[in-house]
Design a binder for this molecule. Structure first.
Ligand SMILES: [Zn+2]
Ligand SMILES: [Zn+2]
Length: 367
């Protein structure tokens, strides 16, 4: 670029002006206008259900971050305005708006205004280029796609929890699995399209309609990991869309193992509590001497017998000890009787209460 004095502007012929590329300031600015598409109006769609914003073709989930809706909208519309502006030179921009948090969800407020002032000085010789304009932010309160799918009862997958055999699930088991599912769902509270439409909790098992395959698969994996159960997946063709794509509904089935953690079982003529279980091992605690054993899961499953339904839960107090003999008291009838120290869990002190059960008229102590 050449800048010199004492020559003519190539367009208007003005003399004694500062020239750039042989043009005076007025002509130069006419030839090189700021490349900005002035956004006179901008649609701001907001979901009245979840607060999702749609501006131009961007979707913004305001669920993440701690910013107020006012701040989120401000940020989005500002960047929408600037996305229409190209400049090879550094520029200054000032914004002013009347977006107010308490008016955003107010149907009576049809629009906000955003004023944008862009200043750019590509050449020291000339005064700055300036553009000052107002964009009307037209507020559209709607229900977003995800929310309307939720309302319409849309779901992609089914989660099932069933027992291994044909047996029913106990109330404890049902409570536990329902609890796991509810706890996990809390992590998805702010996530898009993550909901359980309907959950049936009956003795036959749990059946839940889950919004997405990913969510159902995550829930199933968690329950599978905790129970060491088996996870299987079945697909069922639901519909074929107009464009030919086939829509499948997935069913994620967690089959609980025959024996689970905390079950009381009879195995090799001893009574045990299952302490832990994974894909191929079980850790059992003998209720005869409270020593633990690690055993291949299949071996236990082949010959063990579950005793949960045959025992009567009971509480005891350790009254006194003398050598290997202990005096116990049953808390339900305050009856005292003798027992053997090694049949008690480790490190119990006189006066402490112990949970256990009665089986075939014999007392067992768990913890
Ligand atoms: Zn000129
Ligand atoms: Zn929504």
């Amino acid at each position: 670029m050449i800048s010199e004095r004492g020559r003519f502007c190539a367009i208007c012929g003005a003399m004694d002006e500062v020239l750039l590329d042989n043009l005076c300031e007025t002509c130069y600015k006419k030839e090189h206008p700021l490349e900005i598409e002035l956004l006179k109006s901008l649609n701001v769609a907001i979901c009245t259900d979840c607060g999702e914003l749609r501006v131009l073709s961007t979707r913004i989930d305001p669920g993440v971050g701690d910013e107020s809706l006012e701040e989120v909208i401000r940020e989005v519309v500002r960047s929408a305005v600037l996305s229409k502006f190209r400049s090879g030179y550094p520029y200054d921009v000032e914004f002013e708006d009347d977006i107010r948090n308490d008016k955003i969800m107010n149907y009576g407020v049809k629009e906000f205004k955003l004023r944008t002032k862009i200043t750019l000085q590509p050449h020291e010789e000339f005064s700055p280029f300036e553009k000052d304009f107002v964009t009307r932010l037209k507020m559209k309160r709607t229900i977003c796609n995800d929310c309307s799918q939720h309302k319409a009862g849309y779901f992609e997958a089914i989660l099932q929890v069933r027992a291994a055999d044909k047996r029913k699930l106990t109330d404890d088991e049902l409570d536990r699995f329902e609890g796991i599912i509810n706890t996990m769902m809390k992590q998805y509270e702010d996530a898009k399209l993550s909901y359980i439409l309907d959950m049936e909790v009956v003795p036959d098992g749990i059946t839940a309609q889950v919004s997405t395959k990913l969510l159902a698969s995550n829930l199933a994996r968690e329950i599978q990991a905790i129970t060491a159960g088996k996870l299987s997946l079945a697909y069922e063709l639901k519909t074929t869309k107009r464009d030919g794509t086939e829509v499948y509904q997935n069913t994620y089935l967690v089959r609980l193992p025959e024996f689970g953690k905390d079950d009381i079982i009879e195995y090799e003529k001893d009574i045990w509590k299952i302490r832990a279980i994974n894909d191929d091992q079980m850790r059992l605690e003998s209720l005869t001497d409270h020593k633990e054993r690690q055993i291949v899961r299949k071996r236990v499953e082949k010959s063990a017998k579950k005793l949960n339904d045959f025992l009567v839960p009971r509480e005891y107090m350790l009254v006194s000890t003398e050598g290997q003999t202990v005096v116990m008291m049953a808390m339900d009838n305050y009856e005292n009787f003798d027992d053997n120290l090694e049949r008690l869990p480790f490190n119990k002190e006189v006066g402490s209460t112990i949970k256990g059960f009665l089986l075939d008229e014999k007392n067992y102590y768990i913890e």
